[in-house]
Design a protein around this ligand. Sequence first.
Ligand SMILES: Cc1cc2nc3c(=O)[nH]c(=O)nc-3n(C[C@H](O)[C@H](O)[C@H](O)COP(=O)(O)OP(=O)(O)OC[C@H]3O[C@@H](n4cnc5c(N)ncnc54)[C@H](O)[C@@H]3O)c2cc1C
Length: 275
Amino acid sequence: MNILIVYAHPESRSLNGALKDFAVKHLEDAGHRVRVSDLYAMKWKAVLDADDSLDGQAGARFDPSLDSRRAFERGRQSRDIALEQGKLRWADAVILQFPLWWFSMPAILKGWVERVYAYGFAYGVGEHSDARWGDRYGEGTLAGKRAMLMVTTGGWESHYSPRGINGPMDDILFPIQHGILYYPGFDVLPPFLVYRTSRTDEARFSTLCDALGQRLDDLWRTAPIAFRPQNAGDYDIPGLTLRPDIAPDRSGFGAHLRPPVAGESAPDGDRAREK
Ligand SMILES: Cc1cc2nc3c(=O)[nH]c(=O)nc-3n(C[C@H](O)[C@H](O)[C@H](O)COP(=O)(O)OP(=O)(O)OC[C@H]3O[C@@H](n4cnc5c(N)ncnc54)[C@H](O)[C@@H]3O)c2cc1C
């Protein structure tokens, strides 16, 4: 299988760097082909602007969406964007790896998403009608591929528990897992999470690698998070709210998850536990 790791940490000798090196070796030893987009090492341009189109004209009004569509359709995107889109097409599975910074991804990775997810590539795809609202949320350019987050945090697991001060990790990651990964079609696996990173020593690192290795071995077996597909009947179109008879007592992020069907085991919440 082809696996793309999009890695966002400025220091190769960090915990993230060591986990990334372990993941690459583990996957390659298992016979997979691995490519890494090491965003800091690539000096990835994080800001979306008029320079992202080769046809940008000095003084012309810049429209972030329409200029993106035009450049994508005409093959006139900046080369770094087109290369990353090629890697996404190549990959069977994509791992986004980052330290949690201010409750989200580092800016360089957000900028990768903003620029690589062009209009016509990751959004604005498919038919918009009374029956369908584009190919998105379970359908789209990246459908059939798997994606997983690998995230480290300074905070403790309890700080991110359902009643923890930081808010539940499921909720914090919802905009990334649902909004960035499920939107263009990925099947999203439960994330691999490392909490309380300051407590890492050799023994813990070894335990983390065992847990990560298991998750990588299970990449094609793990049940994806059961987000509800947009065009399969759960949502009214074009309002795109859940139909009144679907999960009538629920609202918020959790309402967009299908309950487990009898006999089907639910994915293990949101975390890869260390053994
Ligand atoms: C701008 C910013 C915002 C942040 N926002 C948040 C936030 O919103 N929420 C939150 O919870 N945290 C936050 N943090 C903390 C951040 O998430 C952690 O610092 C980060 O996840 C740690 O990952 P690292 O790779 O940088 O670890 P490192 O600092 O490199 O390492 C962590 C520990 O692991 C050890 N280690 C490293 N490599 C190895 C190895 N190979 N073997 C054994 N031990 C090793 C190190 O000695 C160190 O003790 C923030 C930090 C910054 C800088």
